[in-house]
Every structure is written in structure tokens, then in C-alpha cells.
Ligand binder design. Structure first.
Ligand SMILES: [Zn+2]
Length: 144
């Protein structure tokens, strides 16, 4: 009985859309990420990733709500997204040689979705690393 109630609550709150085993990112999203990172260099950029989980697959289909950080050490956006949008996570750039999350990044990840990406210089597809909400590295697939 308890688990039925729990499942109902999860569905009611829409949390079931975050259950997934695989992540698939559109090639167009990857290309846009590389372009934005290059255009904004040496500034950092951050955007939210739009996507939905269905049949255990989280599909990232677009970028949302571009916002610039005030300085290169900060990944905190100034605009907060509307609750009814399908925000799955975030992407931000690191002007520099590391795409590992900082302490501030990990804190941000834990509060802003389930799938996050960091891109480092020189901002090519292979410079992107994905993380889960705990800051643990995650793999993903790319599709056209
Ligand atoms: Zn960062």
C-alpha cells in the first residue's frame, strides 16, 4: 500500500520523468554548446538543458535560457527557469584545461536537475564531460 501511494505521489509531482537509464543528446545541442563556448571565451557561459525522460531514456533536445556569469569563477545564473519547463540540467563552460566540477558547480548540480555538462578549452565535442546531480561522471550518447 505504501509503495502504491509513493508511486502515485511521484507521478502526481511529475518526478517520474527523471527516471532514466540512458541519456541521449541531439547532435545539434552539442554543436550549439561548442559554438557558444567559443563565442563567449574567455567568459564562462551557462545554459539550461531542456529534455524529458521517456521509456527510461532522457533525451536532451535543446538549450534554454542563456545567461552569463558575472565572473569566470562563478556558475550561478541570475535568471531562474519557470517550473513548467522541462529542464533536465545544465551546461557551462570552463575557460581553461579542466572540465571537472568545482565545489560551487557540485552545489549547483544538486539543485538544478539530473544531468549536467561542462566543456573545457578548446571547446570541441570531446572536451565535454557529463555529470549526474551528485557530480559523478556520466556517459551519454549523441544522435542526429
Ligand atoms: Zn564550473
Amino acid at each position: 500500500m505504501a509503495s502504491v501511494f509513493k508511486n502515485w505521489i511521484k507521478k502526481f509531482l511529475g518526478l517520474d520523468r527523471f527516471e532514466f537509464e540512458r541519456v541521449v543528446v541531439k547532435q545539434e545541442v552539442i554543436d550549439n554548446i561548442c559554438s557558444f563556448a567559443k563565442e563567449n571565451h574567455p567568459r564562462e557561459f551557462i545554459m539550461f538543458l531542456e529534455g524529458k525522460a521517456k521509456d527510461k531514456v532522457l533525451r536532451i533536445r535543446s538549450l534554454a535560457f542563456q545567461e552569463y556569469a558575472a565572473n569566470e569563477d562563478s556558475a550561478s545564473p541570475k535568471i531562474y527557469f519557470p517550473l513548467n519547463t522541462d529542464i533536465a540540467g545544465s551546461i557551462h563552460s570552463h575557460p581553461g584545461p579542466s572540465n571537472r566540477p568545482s565545489r560551487a558547480d557540485r552545489h549547483f548540480f544538486s539543485k538544478n536537475g539530473m544531468f549536467h555538462m561542462i566543456i573545457k578549452e578548446p571547446y570541441e565535442q570531446s572536451d565535454i564531460q557529463a555529470y549526474d546531480k551528485n557530480g559523478q561522471p556520466m556517459s551519454y550518447e549523441i544522435e542526429d
